[in-house]
Ligand binder design. Structure first.
Ligand code: CP
Length: 326
């Protein structure tokens, strides 16, 4: 152990140093092994986690809830709609009061320009750590599971492995860009060569790009950008292609949908995957829009690691909870 994370919140990916992330991963692998062996690991007996959701979830809810139970504690699912938030409970009340009931407060709030601010305001008044289950800016627990999965498939030394973080077409709603942000901030610290690909209207926040580039320089990797999906996939070791919304271009849903329609060719398909290295892995946080964002052949094919990635949410989050809530 190189670190003490007790009482610490995880809201942005960079809230934990690189060494602290390595500690999280070490513990995550230990917990994964203990679960495989059926060994008890009740590090959070009698502890409770309040999980406040402003947005739907499958993996995040289930993995946090199951993880707390496996650690000997209890997780309470709280749908924001059945709280008094709409009748006056502010971030201050949520932090001050839930922080006294619970040993950790986990929140998912993805509303653009609202979610991250909400989590930080709760953090200001909470005695207990605040864990980000996805906001408009970051999805740090997803990113920890992604990093864990990449290391399992490619080894712990990731220096100069080429990772493509690509936008992909989707037809339903304006998805948050938090996964892409988290990837371009966390992965450069592990020496990966990042290629960020998106159509011009799907840019990420300039301050995120600048920070990702600075981290790539600091840790000896590279950071390139392109608006050509095929070009990005060439010789990639890791392909991470998912949709996000054109929030920085327009706040108008109709205009956003019209822009998105122009890019239906941005699908992760077999032809593009063939441009990557033969042993490249395909990643997606799920849910994916099948045969829109990614073909069945790719997501169910030999390159895909999406179920290992989803499983690792459980182990990575258990490690964060055990370290911050003990
Ligand atoms: N990847 C992810 O966060 O999944 P859910 O939206 O189902 O929680």
């Amino acid at each position: 152990m190189q670190t003490n994370l007790r009482g610490r919140s995880l809201i942005s990916d960079l809230d934990f140093s690189k060494e602290e992330v390595e500690t999280v991963l070490d513990l995550a692998w230990d917990l994964k092994m203990k679960r495989a062996m059926g060994l008890p690991h009740a590090y959070l007996r009698d502890k409770t986690l309040g999980m406040l959701f402003f947005f739907s979830s499958t993996r995040t809810r289930c993995s946090f809830e199951s993880g707390m139970a496996q650690l000997g504690g209890h997780a309470a699912f709280i749908d924001s709609k059945v709280t008094q938030i709409s009748h006056g409970d502010t971030e201050k009340e949520i932090g001050a009061i839930l922080g006294r009931y619970f040993d950790g407060i986990a929140i998912r709030h993805c509303t653009w320009a609202v979610g991250n601010r909400y989590l930080n305001l709760v953090h200001e008044t909470s005695r207990a750590p605040v864990l980000n289950m996805q906001c408009d800016d970051y999805h740090p627990h997803q990113c920890l599971a992604d990093l864990m999965t990449i290391m399992e498939k490619k080894g712990r030394d990731l220096c100069h492995k080429k990772m493509v973080v690509s936008w992909a077409y989707a037809e339903t709603y304006r998805k948050p860009n938090s996964v892409a942000n988290s990837l371009i901030l966390q992965m450069p610290r592990f020496g990966l060569d990042i290629t960020l690909a998106h159509p011009p209207e799907f840019k990420l926040k300039p301050e995120m790009i600048d920070e990702g580039k600075a981290l790539a320089k600091k840790y000896g990797g590279s950071f390139e950008m392109t608006d050509n999906m095929e070009e990005a996939f060439k010789d990639a070791d890791i392909v991470y292609a998912k949709s996000w919304g054109p929030m920085l271009t327009t706040s108008n849903d109709e205009e956003g949908a019209a822009i998105t329609k122009k890019y239906s060719s941005w699908i992760a398909d077999e032809r593009k995957m063939a441009l990557a290295k033969p042993d490249a892995i395909y990643m997606h946080p799920l849910p994916a829009e099948r045969n829109v964002e990614v073909t069945d052949g790719v997501i169910d094919g030999p390159h895909s690691v999406v179920f290992d990635q989803a499983e690792n949410r459980l182990h990575a989050q258990k490690a964060v909870m055990a370290l911050t809530m003990c």
